[in-house]
Ligand binder design. Structure first.
Ligand SMILES: [Zn+2]
Length: 313
Protein backbone atom coordinates (compact mmCIF):
# COMPACT_ATOMS: atom_id res chain seq x y z
CA UNK A 1 0.00 0.00 0.00
CA UNK A 2 1.26 3.45 -0.91
CA UNK A 3 2.01 5.75 2.00
CA UNK A 4 0.19 9.11 1.81
CA UNK A 5 1.57 11.78 4.13
CA UNK A 6 -1.14 12.92 6.54
CA UNK A 7 -0.23 16.58 6.05
CA UNK A 8 -0.73 16.41 2.25
CA UNK A 9 -4.02 14.62 2.68
CA UNK A 10 -5.26 17.30 5.07
CA UNK A 11 -4.25 20.09 2.71
CA UNK A 12 -6.07 18.40 -0.17
CA UNK A 13 -9.23 18.01 1.92
CA UNK A 14 -9.00 21.63 3.06
CA UNK A 15 -8.71 22.86 -0.56
CA UNK A 16 -11.74 20.82 -1.56
CA UNK A 17 -13.74 22.28 1.31
CA UNK A 18 -12.69 25.85 0.47
CA UNK A 19 -13.62 25.53 -3.20
CA UNK A 20 -16.94 23.95 -2.22
CA UNK A 21 -17.99 26.76 0.11
CA UNK A 22 -16.56 29.66 -1.90
CA UNK A 23 -18.51 29.02 -5.09
CA UNK A 24 -22.15 28.39 -4.35
CA UNK A 25 -24.10 27.04 -7.31
CA UNK A 26 -25.18 29.86 -9.65
CA UNK A 27 -28.97 30.26 -9.92
CA UNK A 28 -30.76 28.16 -12.53
CA UNK A 29 -32.33 30.70 -14.88
CA UNK A 30 -35.27 29.73 -17.09
CA UNK A 31 -36.91 31.99 -19.68
CA UNK A 32 -40.29 31.16 -21.16
CA UNK A 33 -39.45 32.13 -24.75
CA UNK A 34 -36.21 32.37 -26.71
CA UNK A 35 -36.00 36.19 -27.05
CA UNK A 36 -36.22 36.57 -23.27
CA UNK A 37 -33.55 33.87 -22.95
CA UNK A 38 -31.26 35.89 -25.25
CA UNK A 39 -31.59 38.96 -23.00
CA UNK A 40 -31.13 36.84 -19.86
CA UNK A 41 -28.05 35.19 -21.38
CA UNK A 42 -26.48 38.62 -21.95
CA UNK A 43 -26.94 39.40 -18.25
CA UNK A 44 -25.67 36.02 -16.96
CA UNK A 45 -22.67 35.72 -19.30
CA UNK A 46 -19.71 34.28 -17.37
CA UNK A 47 -21.97 33.18 -14.49
CA UNK A 48 -24.33 30.59 -15.88
CA UNK A 49 -26.04 29.35 -19.05
CA UNK A 50 -29.75 30.09 -19.22
CA UNK A 51 -32.42 27.65 -20.32
CA UNK A 52 -35.62 28.16 -22.32
CA UNK A 53 -39.02 26.57 -21.80
CA UNK A 54 -40.63 26.64 -25.25
CA UNK A 55 -39.06 24.28 -27.79
CA UNK A 56 -38.36 25.53 -31.33
CA UNK A 57 -41.44 25.47 -33.56
CA UNK A 58 -43.90 26.00 -30.76
CA UNK A 59 -45.87 29.23 -30.42
CA UNK A 60 -46.37 30.82 -27.00
CA UNK A 61 -49.92 31.72 -28.12
CA UNK A 62 -50.90 28.06 -28.18
CA UNK A 63 -48.34 26.07 -26.22
CA UNK A 64 -49.64 23.57 -23.71
CA UNK A 65 -47.52 22.24 -20.88
CA UNK A 66 -45.70 18.93 -21.16
CA UNK A 67 -44.23 16.85 -18.32
CA UNK A 68 -40.72 17.99 -19.34
CA UNK A 69 -41.86 21.62 -18.96
CA UNK A 70 -43.09 20.91 -15.45
CA UNK A 71 -39.70 19.47 -14.61
CA UNK A 72 -37.86 22.52 -15.96
CA UNK A 73 -40.17 24.87 -14.06
CA UNK A 74 -39.73 22.97 -10.83
CA UNK A 75 -35.93 22.93 -10.99
CA UNK A 76 -35.53 26.63 -11.88
CA UNK A 77 -34.49 29.25 -9.31
CA UNK A 78 -35.50 32.23 -11.42
CA UNK A 79 -38.17 32.25 -14.15
CA UNK A 80 -38.55 35.13 -16.61
CA UNK A 81 -41.76 35.25 -18.64
CA UNK A 82 -43.86 37.80 -20.55
CA UNK A 83 -47.24 37.65 -18.81
CA UNK A 84 -50.60 35.88 -18.84
CA UNK A 85 -51.58 37.64 -22.08
CA UNK A 86 -48.81 35.70 -23.82
CA UNK A 87 -48.09 32.46 -21.94
CA UNK A 88 -51.61 31.72 -20.74
CA UNK A 89 -50.48 28.17 -19.88
CA UNK A 90 -48.05 29.39 -17.22
CA UNK A 91 -49.87 31.08 -14.29
CA UNK A 92 -51.45 27.86 -13.03
CA UNK A 93 -48.13 26.05 -13.15
CA UNK A 94 -46.28 28.90 -11.45
CA UNK A 95 -48.50 28.78 -8.38
CA UNK A 96 -47.38 25.19 -7.83
CA UNK A 97 -43.66 26.00 -8.28
CA UNK A 98 -43.37 28.52 -5.46
CA UNK A 99 -39.70 27.65 -5.00
CA UNK A 100 -38.68 29.82 -7.95
CA UNK A 101 -38.75 33.59 -8.24
CA UNK A 102 -40.95 34.27 -11.27
CA UNK A 103 -41.03 37.68 -12.94
CA UNK A 104 -43.60 38.60 -15.59
CA UNK A 105 -42.03 41.29 -17.76
CA UNK A 106 -45.34 42.98 -18.68
CA UNK A 107 -45.62 43.91 -15.00
CA UNK A 108 -42.23 45.49 -14.39
CA UNK A 109 -41.68 49.16 -13.79
CA UNK A 110 -40.87 51.25 -16.88
CA UNK A 111 -41.91 48.67 -19.47
CA UNK A 112 -43.70 50.21 -22.44
CA UNK A 113 -47.07 48.65 -23.15
CA UNK A 114 -48.91 49.36 -26.38
CA UNK A 115 -52.64 49.07 -26.47
CA UNK A 116 -53.60 45.99 -28.47
CA UNK A 117 -55.75 48.31 -30.53
CA UNK A 118 -53.60 50.00 -33.15
CA UNK A 119 -52.34 53.52 -32.70
CA UNK A 120 -52.65 54.23 -29.02
CA UNK A 121 -50.01 53.34 -26.51
CA UNK A 122 -49.62 53.66 -22.80
CA UNK A 123 -46.79 53.69 -20.36
CA UNK A 124 -47.59 51.17 -17.68
CA UNK A 125 -47.35 52.55 -14.18
CA UNK A 126 -46.13 50.13 -11.58
CA UNK A 127 -48.96 48.76 -9.50
CA UNK A 128 -51.64 49.98 -11.87
CA UNK A 129 -54.50 47.52 -12.26
CA UNK A 130 -55.45 46.56 -15.75
CA UNK A 131 -56.58 43.70 -17.89
CA UNK A 132 -53.57 42.16 -19.61
CA UNK A 133 -55.67 41.41 -22.67
CA UNK A 134 -55.81 45.16 -23.35
CA UNK A 135 -52.11 45.28 -24.15
CA UNK A 136 -50.00 43.94 -26.99
CA UNK A 137 -47.84 41.26 -25.31
CA UNK A 138 -44.99 41.21 -27.89
CA UNK A 139 -42.97 43.50 -25.65
CA UNK A 140 -39.57 41.94 -26.48
CA UNK A 141 -39.57 43.37 -30.02
CA UNK A 142 -38.24 46.79 -29.03
CA UNK A 143 -34.75 47.67 -27.87
CA UNK A 144 -36.15 50.17 -25.37
CA UNK A 145 -38.12 47.40 -23.70
CA UNK A 146 -35.09 45.09 -23.92
CA UNK A 147 -33.14 47.67 -21.92
CA UNK A 148 -35.84 47.77 -19.22
CA UNK A 149 -36.06 43.96 -19.19
CA UNK A 150 -32.28 43.53 -18.88
CA UNK A 151 -32.15 46.01 -15.98
CA UNK A 152 -34.90 44.09 -14.19
CA UNK A 153 -33.19 40.75 -14.84
CA UNK A 154 -29.93 42.08 -13.39
CA UNK A 155 -31.75 43.41 -10.33
CA UNK A 156 -33.51 40.08 -9.72
CA UNK A 157 -30.36 38.02 -10.29
CA UNK A 158 -28.34 40.18 -7.90
CA UNK A 159 -31.06 39.75 -5.27
CA UNK A 160 -30.68 35.96 -5.38
CA UNK A 161 -26.93 35.81 -6.14
CA UNK A 162 -25.04 38.65 -4.40
CA UNK A 163 -21.76 36.90 -5.00
CA UNK A 164 -21.83 37.62 -8.74
CA UNK A 165 -23.18 41.17 -8.45
CA UNK A 166 -20.20 42.75 -10.24
CA UNK A 167 -20.47 40.36 -13.18
CA UNK A 168 -24.20 40.98 -13.58
CA UNK A 169 -23.66 44.75 -13.41
CA UNK A 170 -20.83 44.70 -15.95
CA UNK A 171 -22.87 42.49 -18.28
CA UNK A 172 -25.80 44.88 -17.99
CA UNK A 173 -23.61 47.88 -18.86
CA UNK A 174 -22.28 45.99 -21.89
CA UNK A 175 -25.78 45.06 -22.98
CA UNK A 176 -27.03 48.64 -22.71
CA UNK A 177 -24.08 49.84 -24.78
CA UNK A 178 -24.73 47.18 -27.40
CA UNK A 179 -28.36 48.32 -27.63
CA UNK A 180 -27.18 51.85 -28.46
CA UNK A 181 -25.00 50.45 -31.25
CA UNK A 182 -27.88 48.28 -32.46
CA UNK A 183 -30.21 51.28 -32.67
CA UNK A 184 -27.64 53.37 -34.54
CA UNK A 185 -27.00 50.56 -37.02
CA UNK A 186 -30.66 49.84 -37.62
CA UNK A 187 -31.69 53.48 -38.01
CA UNK A 188 -29.01 53.83 -40.70
CA UNK A 189 -30.24 50.69 -42.48
CA UNK A 190 -33.82 51.96 -42.46
CA UNK A 191 -32.69 55.39 -43.60
CA UNK A 192 -31.09 53.73 -46.64
CA UNK A 193 -34.00 51.45 -47.51
CA UNK A 194 -36.80 53.94 -46.98
CA UNK A 195 -39.98 53.15 -45.09
CA UNK A 196 -42.27 51.57 -47.68
CA UNK A 197 -45.27 50.19 -45.73
CA UNK A 198 -45.32 46.39 -45.52
CA UNK A 199 -47.67 43.63 -44.39
CA UNK A 200 -47.01 41.10 -41.64
CA UNK A 201 -48.42 37.70 -40.87
CA UNK A 202 -49.51 38.30 -37.31
CA UNK A 203 -50.04 41.41 -35.27
CA UNK A 204 -46.70 41.15 -33.42
CA UNK A 205 -44.55 43.98 -34.71
CA UNK A 206 -46.09 47.10 -33.14
CA UNK A 207 -43.16 47.59 -30.78
CA UNK A 208 -40.56 47.20 -33.53
CA UNK A 209 -42.55 49.59 -35.73
CA UNK A 210 -42.68 52.14 -32.93
CA UNK A 211 -38.98 51.78 -32.05
CA UNK A 212 -37.70 52.46 -35.56
CA UNK A 213 -40.55 54.41 -37.16
CA UNK A 214 -41.39 51.57 -39.56
CA UNK A 215 -44.78 51.37 -41.24
CA UNK A 216 -46.81 48.20 -40.91
CA UNK A 217 -49.68 48.56 -43.39
CA UNK A 218 -51.65 45.57 -42.15
CA UNK A 219 -51.57 42.09 -40.68
CA UNK A 220 -53.17 38.82 -41.71
CA UNK A 221 -54.25 37.68 -38.28
CA UNK A 222 -54.33 38.63 -34.61
CA UNK A 223 -54.15 35.02 -33.52
CA UNK A 224 -51.60 33.07 -35.59
CA UNK A 225 -53.35 29.79 -34.77
CA UNK A 226 -56.64 30.77 -36.35
CA UNK A 227 -57.61 31.21 -39.96
CA UNK A 228 -58.48 34.90 -40.43
CA UNK A 229 -62.12 35.68 -41.11
CA UNK A 230 -63.38 35.93 -44.68
CA UNK A 231 -64.21 39.62 -44.30
CA UNK A 232 -60.73 40.45 -43.05
CA UNK A 233 -59.16 38.55 -45.97
CA UNK A 234 -61.29 40.41 -48.50
CA UNK A 235 -60.34 43.80 -47.06
CA UNK A 236 -56.69 42.68 -46.97
CA UNK A 237 -56.87 41.69 -50.63
CA UNK A 238 -58.13 45.20 -51.38
CA UNK A 239 -55.30 46.77 -49.39
CA UNK A 240 -52.73 44.60 -51.19
CA UNK A 241 -54.11 45.51 -54.61
CA UNK A 242 -53.86 49.19 -53.74
CA UNK A 243 -50.42 48.94 -52.14
CA UNK A 244 -48.69 47.90 -55.37
CA UNK A 245 -45.08 46.83 -54.94
CA UNK A 246 -44.83 45.88 -51.30
CA UNK A 247 -43.49 43.25 -48.93
CA UNK A 248 -45.38 40.60 -47.05
CA UNK A 249 -43.70 38.76 -44.23
CA UNK A 250 -44.66 35.29 -43.16
CA UNK A 251 -43.20 33.52 -40.13
CA UNK A 252 -41.19 30.29 -40.00
CA UNK A 253 -43.67 28.76 -37.52
CA UNK A 254 -46.62 29.16 -39.88
CA UNK A 255 -47.11 28.53 -43.60
CA UNK A 256 -50.76 29.15 -44.30
CA UNK A 257 -51.97 28.60 -47.86
CA UNK A 258 -54.07 31.77 -47.83
CA UNK A 259 -50.95 33.94 -48.08
CA UNK A 260 -50.17 32.42 -51.48
CA UNK A 261 -53.76 32.77 -52.63
CA UNK A 262 -53.90 36.43 -51.58
CA UNK A 263 -50.66 37.41 -53.29
CA UNK A 264 -51.22 35.57 -56.55
CA UNK A 265 -50.69 37.84 -59.53
CA UNK A 266 -49.57 40.80 -57.39
CA UNK A 267 -46.12 42.38 -57.51
CA UNK A 268 -45.41 41.62 -53.88
CA UNK A 269 -42.34 40.06 -52.38
CA UNK A 270 -42.73 37.51 -49.60
CA UNK A 271 -40.10 37.69 -46.87
CA UNK A 272 -39.74 35.95 -43.52
CA UNK A 273 -39.74 37.49 -40.06
CA UNK A 274 -39.12 35.34 -37.02
CA UNK A 275 -40.43 37.05 -33.87
CA UNK A 276 -39.24 34.12 -31.71
CA UNK A 277 -35.54 34.09 -32.70
CA UNK A 278 -35.61 30.38 -33.46
CA UNK A 279 -32.50 30.32 -35.64
CA UNK A 280 -30.46 32.54 -33.31
CA UNK A 281 -28.01 30.68 -31.11
CA UNK A 282 -28.05 31.85 -27.50
CA UNK A 283 -24.73 33.48 -26.63
CA UNK A 284 -22.95 36.83 -26.34
CA UNK A 285 -24.59 39.50 -28.48
CA UNK A 286 -27.41 37.20 -29.57
CA UNK A 287 -30.30 39.53 -28.76
CA UNK A 288 -28.71 42.27 -30.91
CA UNK A 289 -28.27 39.71 -33.71
CA UNK A 290 -31.95 38.85 -33.42
CA UNK A 291 -33.14 42.47 -33.77
CA UNK A 292 -30.60 43.17 -36.53
CA UNK A 293 -31.86 40.15 -38.47
CA UNK A 294 -35.47 41.39 -38.29
CA UNK A 295 -34.43 44.83 -39.55
CA UNK A 296 -32.20 43.33 -42.28
CA UNK A 297 -35.03 41.14 -43.56
CA UNK A 298 -37.39 44.13 -43.65
CA UNK A 299 -34.95 46.55 -45.29
CA UNK A 300 -33.64 44.09 -47.90
CA UNK A 301 -37.19 43.19 -48.91
CA UNK A 302 -38.14 46.88 -49.16
CA UNK A 303 -35.05 47.58 -51.27
CA UNK A 304 -35.99 44.64 -53.52
CA UNK A 305 -39.45 46.05 -54.17
CA UNK A 306 -37.99 49.45 -54.99
CA UNK A 307 -35.60 47.90 -57.54
CA UNK A 308 -38.38 45.82 -59.02
CA UNK A 309 -40.49 48.94 -59.38
CA UNK A 310 -37.70 50.82 -61.15
CA UNK A 311 -37.33 48.06 -63.73
CA UNK A 312 -41.05 48.09 -64.43
CA UNK A 313 -41.25 51.81 -65.10
ZN1 LIG B 1 -47.61 36.69 -31.27
Amino acid sequence: MQFVPVKQLLIALLLMAVSFFASAEPPKVLASIKPLQLIAQAVTEGVTDTDVLLPPGSSPHSHSLKPSDAHKLRSADVIFWVGPAMESFLPKMLTSTKRAKAVSMMDIQGIRLRSSEEGEHHIHEHGEHHDHGDYDPHIWLSTDNARVIAREMARVLISVDKENQTLYQNNLEQFLMSMDQTDTRNCEKIEQSGKTPFFVFHNAYGYLQEQYGLEVAGYFTKNPELQPGARHLVSLKGQLDKAGATCIFREPQFQPAYIERLTEGLSVRVGVLDPLAENIKSGPGSYAKFINQLVDNITSCIQGTVKKNDKLS
